[in-house]
Design a protein around this ligand. Structure first.
Ligand SMILES: CC(C)(COP(=O)(O)OP(=O)(O)OC[C@H]1O[C@@H](n2cnc3c(N)ncnc32)[C@H](O)[C@@H]1OP(=O)(O)O)[C@@H](O)C(=O)NCCC(=O)NCCS
Length: 205
């Protein structure tokens, strides 16, 4: 059963699938655009705020935790087994460090992670708090991202380092064509159902 339309999200668009074994905590902090898929065994903690754009996929066994803010822009993707942390314990300072310990004995830091348009994070990578993964950037499988990633650049490794540039023009051109097809003149996404109905009507005329 698709959970997308039974949870109290801030906003939810059309054609969203959240598979039944995904676990969403604090949906009242989460907004979701159109055409989104969240696989089984994904764990998302809404935190301060979680904003998921349109045409976004989150793969199985990915977790989003830390209590901060996450922004996943349109056409971005997170592969399987990824760990996104939007907040952190103070690992190296002089305080205690886990959620069983109350403040002020512990100093958790709430932060944010931003994954920009067309960026994609490969399987089993770890994204630490405070990071911005630039537009169209690629994070290879098994990477540890500790710093911002430049737009349209491929990274991999632990810590993640630049490998090469990614082609931007073709992807932006494809986006433009997709928007011409799947959005109406007011810029609203046309759902799959309406598209199928339109096809039938066009066939009759
Ligand atoms: C990073 C990545 C995008 C690079 O792809 P690519 O441009 O085709 O790179 P290549 O395969 O030519 O590899 C270039 C070099 O980097 C190494 N390399 C590639 N990806 C790596 C990774 N994730 N970690 C460590 N090394 C990696 C290769 O072994 C190769 O090394 P060599 O030159 O010594 O032989 C790709 O390897 C990757 O990790 N993709 C993520 C895939 C994924 O997670 N899919 C999940 C399902 S969607």
């Amino acid at each position: 059963m698709n959970q997308a339309y039974s949870l109290p999200f801030v906003t939810i668009g059309k054609d969203v699938t959240i598979w039944p074994l995904a676990k969403i905590v604090m949906p009242n902090r989460i907004s979701i655009g159109d055409s989104v898929i969240i696989d089984d065994f994904v764990f998302i903690m809404g935190g301060v705020a979680t904003r998921i754009g349109s045409f976004v996929h989150i793969g199985s066994f990915t977790s989003i935790t830390g209590g901060g803010e996450l922004i996943l822009e349109d056409f971005s993707g997170i592969s399987g087994g990824v760990r996104v942390y939007t907040g952190n314990e103070d690992y190296t300072g002089g305080c205690m460090t886990n959620p069983t310990v109350p403040e002020p004995f512990r100093k958790p830091v709430r932060s944010s992670v931003v994954i920009k348009k067309h960026a994609i994070v490969g399987a089993n990578s770890v994204i630490l708090p405070g990071v911005v993964i630039g537009e169209g950037a690629v994070v290879g499988a098994n990477s540890l991202v500790t710093k911002d990633c430049k737009p349209w650049t491929v990274y991999f490794g632990s810590p993640a380092k630049e490998l090469k540039r990614r082609k931007m023009e073709i992807i932006l051109d494809l986006e433009e064509k997709l928007r011409e097809t799947l959005y109406d003149s007011q810029g609203c996404y046309i759902s799959q159902t309406i598209r199928e109905q339109n096809k039938l009507t066009d066939g009759i005329q």
